[in-house]
Write a protein that binds this ligand. Structure first.
Ligand code: AMP
Length: 199
C-alpha cells in the first residue's frame, strides 16, 4: 500500500496530476475540495456549512473536514493506497490523518509538493475560473485570501512531514506530461527505497 499527499498552493495542478497518478498507480483519489463541492451540489447540511467558508476562501473547520475525510477513507477498505489532494491543510488535519492511517495499519509514505510561484498561480486560477464555474476561482480577493491561507495555515504541513523525512519538492512549472514524469520518477524512487511494490 502507498499513501501519497499531493501538496501545493491552489492552482498548482494537484487535481490534474492526481487524476493521472490514480490511473498509473491504481490508487483512490480523495480531494476534500471535490467532496465539499459535491455536498454543496447535493444541498446537504454539510455542504451548506462548508459553503460559508469556501465562498470566502477560508478553510472549513478541522472537525468537519476530518470527519468527512475519515468517512471517505473508510468506504475504501479495498484500496491499494490513496492520493490525498487538498488534505491535510492544517497540522491538526495531518495529525488526524496519521492516526487514521495508523489505525488501518499503514501510514503516509510521502508528501509531494508542487512548486509554483504566485504570479503563475493567479494566472492559472483565473483561467480555470472561466470554465470551472467555481465562484472562488473568479473573485480576485477570494483568490488572494486562498493564497494567504495556504501560506499561513497550510505550509506548516510541509515541515510536519519534512521532520519525518517524507516531504519532497517537485517543480510545478512545465507541461502536464513533464510534471507527471517528475512525480512518477519520485514515486518510483520512494517505492524502490521502501519496497512498497506498487507496480
Ligand atoms: P480546493 O478544491 O482544494 O482548492 O478547495 C476549495 C476550498 O474547499 C478551499 O478553499 C477550502 O475552503 C475548502 N477545503 C478544501 N479542502 C480543505 C481542507 N483540507 N481543510 C479545510 N478546508 C478545505
Amino acid at each position: 500500500m502507498i499513501n501519497l499527499i499531493l501538496f501545493g498552493p491552489p492552482g498548482s495542478g494537484k487535481g490534474t496530476q492526481a487524476a493521472l497518478l490514480v490511473e498509473r498507480y491504481q490508487l483512490v483519489h480523495i480531494s476534500t475540495g471535490d467532496l465539499f463541492r459535491n455536498e454543496i451540489g447535493n444541498n446537504t447540511p454539510l455542504g451548506l456549512q462548508a459553503k460559508a467558508y469556501m465562498s470566502k476562501g477560508e478553510l472549513v473547520p478541522d472537525a468537519i473536514t476530518i470527519g468527512m475525510l475519515r468517512n471517505k477513507v473508510e468506504t475504501h477498505p479495498e484500496a491499494r493506497g490513496f492520493i490525498f489532494d487538498g488534505f491535510p491543510r492544517t497540522i491538526a488535519q495531518a495529525e488526524a490523518l496519521n492516526q487514521l492511517l495508523e489505525e488501518e495499519g499503514t501510514q503516509v509514505h510521502a508528501l509531494l509538493a508542487l512548486q509554483v510561484d504566485d504570479h503563475e498561480i493567479i494566472k492559472r486560477i483565473k483561467l480555470r475560473g472561466q470554465t470551472s464555474g467555481r465562484s472562488d476561482d473568479m473573485d480576485e480577493k477570494v483568490i488572494q485570501n486562498r493564497i494567504d491561507v495556504y501560506k499561513n495555515e497550510t505550509t506548516p504541513v510541509f515541515d510536519f512531514y519534512a521532520h519525518l523525512g517524507k516531504s519532497h519538492r517537485v517543480e510545478g512549472i512545465g507541461s502536464v506530461p513533464e510534471i507527471f514524469d517528475r512525480l512518477c520518477h519520485l514515486i518510483d524512487a520512494i517505492d524502490q527505497r521502501s519496497a512498497l511494490r506498487i507496480h
